[in-house]
Design a protein around this ligand. Structure first.
Ligand code: HEM
Ligand code: HEM
Length: 224
C-alpha cells in the first residue's frame, strides 16, 4: 500500500471552516444582541468561504476542480446502482453522486448566506421581508442537506472501508501499491492566499454595510 496526497491544504481548511461556520450559524440564531452579531458574522464568513471555493474549483488542486468531480448522468447512474447493491467503489476524489452533493451544499450555503446579507441591511424593507422567507427556507434545506451529507459520508466509509473523514483532515489516502494514482497536482497555498485577499476586502465592505447589531428585516415580518 502507498499513501498519496488527494486534498490540498486550502480545500481542507475551506471544508472544516465552512462546516464550523455553518453548523454554528444554524445553532446560534437570534434577532438582536450578541447572538445576532455572531450569527451574522458566521454567515458572512460562510459566504466568503463559498466564494473562495467557487474560484478554487477552477484554479485549485487536481481533485478540487469542478471538472474533476462534476460527473455526467451515466457515471452518476452507474455509481448509484453500485450503491444500491451496497458495493460502491472507493474513489480518489469525490464520487459521482458526492460531486453533485458538493454543488448542492455550496449552492444552499451561498443562498442562505447571500439572502442573510440582504436581510441584514443590504436590501430595502420589502425586499428584506422576501429575502427573510428565502433565508429561512435555505437554512432549513441546508440543515437537511448537511444531515444527508454526514450520513452519506459515514455510509461511504462503512461500505468502502476508506476513511474519507480522515482524508479530508490530513489530505492523504492509502491506495494499492500497484494503483496508478499519484499525488494530486496543484493546490498551491500562495495561490489560495491571492484568491483570498480580494475576498477579505469584500468581507470588510459587507461588514461596513450590514447592521450587525440587530436584524433590520425582522421587525417587518415578526408574526409568529
Ligand atoms: C455544515 C456542515 C458541512 C458542510 C456545509 C459540508 C460541506 C462539504 C463540502 C462543500 C464538501 C466538498 C469539499 C470540497 O471539495 O471542497 C464536503 C466534503 C466532505 N465532507 Fe463535509 N460538510 C459539512 C460537515 C461535514 C462533517 C461534520 C463531516 C464529517 C463527518 C464531513 C465530511 C466530509 C468529507 C469526508 C468530505 C469528502 C467527501 C469525499 O471524499 O468525497 N463534512 N463537505
Ligand atoms: C450560511 C449562513 C447562514 C445560515 C445557514 C443561516 C441560517 C439561519 C436560520 C436557520 C435562521 C432561522 C430561520 C427561522 O427563524 O426559521 C436564520 C435567521 C436569520 N438570519 Fe441567518 N443564516 C446565515 C447567514 C446570515 C447572515 C450573513 C445574516 C445577516 C448578515 C443573517 C441574518 C439572519 C436574520 C436577520 C435572521 C432572522 C433572525 C430571527 O428572526 O431570529 N443570516 N438564519
Amino acid at each position: 500500500m502507498k499513501s498519496i496526497n488527494v486534498w490540498d491544504l486550502p480545500t481542507r481548511a475551506f471544508h472544516w471552516s465552512l462546516a464550523g461556520s455553518i453548523i454554528l450559524a444554524l445553532i446560534i440564531i437570534g434577532d438582536s444582541g450578541p447572538i445576532y452579531t455572531i450569527h451574522a458574522i458566521l454567515g458572512i464568513v460562510a459566504l466568503l468561504l463559498v466564494l473562495f471555493r467557487l474560484v478554487w474549483g477552477f484554479v485549485g488542486g487536481e481533485h478540487s476542480r469542478f471538472t474533476a468531480f462534476v460527473a455526467g448522468w451515466p457515471a452518476v447512474r452507474q455509481y448509484s446502482l453500485q450503491l444500491l447493491r451496497l458495493a460502491p467503489p472507493a474513489h480518489i476524489g469525490h464520487n459521482p453522486l458526492g460531486g453533485w452533493a458538493v454543488l448542492i451544499l455550496l449552492g444552499l450555503s451561498f443562498l442562505a448566506a447571500g439572502t442573510g446579507v440582504l436581510v441584514g441591511g443590504l436590501a430595502g424593507a420589502t425586499t428584506a421581508r422576501l429575502m427573510l422567507g428565502i433565508h429561512e427556507l435555505a437554512g432549513s434545506l441546508l440543515q437537511f442537506m448537511v444531515f444527508i451529507h454526514v450520513a452519506a459520508v459515514l455510509v461511504d466509509w462503512f461500505l468502502t472501508r476508506d476513511n474519507i473523514v480522515a482524508a479530508m483532515w490530513h489530505g492523504r489516502k492509502t491506495v494499492a501499491e500497484t494503483s496508478a494514482a499519484i499525488n494530486a497536482r496543484g493546490g498551491n497555498v500562495i495561490l489560495a492566499l491571492v484568491v483570498a485577499l480580494p475576498l477579505l476586502v469584500l468581507g470588510g465592505l459587507i461588514v461596513s454595510q450590514v447592521d450587525l447589531g440587530s436584524a433590520p428585516g425582522r421587525s417587518t415580518s415578526q408574526s409568529e
